[in-house]
Ligand binder design. Structure first.
Ligand SMILES: NC(=O)c1ccc[n+]([C@@H]2O[C@H](COP(=O)([O-])OP(=O)(O)OC[C@H]3O[C@@H](n4cnc5c(N)ncnc54)[C@H](OP(=O)(O)O)[C@@H]3O)[C@@H](O)[C@H]2O)c1
Length: 287
């Protein structure tokens, strides 16, 4: 399958960018990936989007582009909405006009985190904060403009890229000597970019609609940090604090594990987060 992937310089998009040069061996039919970082394709530029689709003629577009700095979004509302609402709408209109499958990536942050059990696709969204609201608006814009699209929500994505993820942050913090402050009362589902990318490829050929695509299980940020330290063979020097101890601009939902049962039922079960995390950390040059 020929894929056009946007946002290919980010944490998730980088998994696809690697596949463009080294296709994954474990897939029976590895996709032909055309990976576009932001500098090559701005998803809110309708003319460039149309020209790229007409040149590559993809069978599916996977949108990994987004404005993801949750705190900066509170101040940079215009830039956030351009990437998370206008861009997805432009992609959806372009895909609908060409009968091309669009898989648009969204987030657990569309929920308020108050449910108390894993979220399923039919749970009502209740986003809090500019980033979360823009991501929900992006979902709605995509499905309005292109009812044949897939919206794939994931969570707490980590993986190798040019950007710092939570794993980098914890390992660097532990190596630098002091105590690393981690949040004990925010829970979610850590997900490896490589596993999410495989799930997104699977969704290119599934019925339209919303799917949750996170590694199985959930943990607190503190538990994730301990798992990173264990996998990297580092001393566990953490100070566990409540989220309220960090003065951050944007609200974060407290408890947003996603139930990825729908994608499992479609033939693509997601493996446990701790198994994926261990493989990722131990495969890193500094793991
Ligand atoms: N990371 C997580 O924990 C997480 C959790 C749940 C869901 N998600 C979702 O997963 C998707 C990928 O996230 P990520 O973690 O890979 O984010 P990321 O590392 O911030 O990557 C997003 C990429 O999109 C690019 N971008 C921004 N505006 C663009 C535009 N107008 N046109 C084209 N590219 C643009 C960014 O470029 P610049 O860096 O140059 O701005 C960046 O390279 C997003 O939809 C996000 O909401 C992420």
């Amino acid at each position: 399958m020929r894929l056009l992937v946007t946002g290919a310089g980010g944490i998730l998009g980088s998994a696809f960018a690697r596949w463009a040069s080294t296709p994954p061996h474990d897939l029976i039919h590895p996709p032909e990936v055309h990976a576009f970082p932001r500098a090559s394709l701005d998803i809110a530029d309708a003319a460039r989007v149309a020209a790229s689709l007409d040149r590559i003629k993809p069978e599916a577009v996977i949108n990994c582009a987004a404005f993801t700095n949750v705190d900066a979004a509170e101040r940079e509302t215009w830039a956030c909405r351009r990437a998370n609402v206008e861009g997805p709408r432009v992609l959806a209109e372009a895909c609908a006009a060409r009968r091309c499958r669009l898989v648009h990536v969204s987030t657990d942050y569309v929920f308020d985190g108050e449910k108390g059990s894993p979220y399923v696709e039919t749970d009502p969204p209740a986003p809090r904060g500019v980033y979360a609201m823009s991501k929900r608006e992006g979902e709605v814009a995509v499905l309005e403009a292109c009812p044949e699209a897939v919206v794939a929500r994931s969570s707490w994505i980590f993986g190798q890229s040019g950007k710092q993820d939570f794993v980098d942050w914890v390992i660097r913090g532990l190596r630098s000597g002091g105590l690393v402050r981690v949040i004990a009362d925010q829970r979610g589902g850590p997900s490896w970019s490589e596993d999410v990318a495989r799930a997104l490829v699977h969704l290119c050929t599934q019925p339209a609609g919303i799917y949750h695509a996170s590694n199985a299980g959930s943990c607190s940020r503190a538990e994730q940090a301990h798992a990173i330290a264990a996998a990297a063979g580092l001393e566990h020097r953490f100070e566990e604090v409540p989220a309220s101890a960090l003065k951050r601009l944007a609200p974060r939902p407290r408890n947003t594990p996603l139930d990825s049962g729908r994608i499992a039922a479609s033939g693509h079960p997601m493996r446990p987060w701790d198994v994926a995390l261990r493989e990722y950390v131990q495969g890193r040059a500094d793991g």
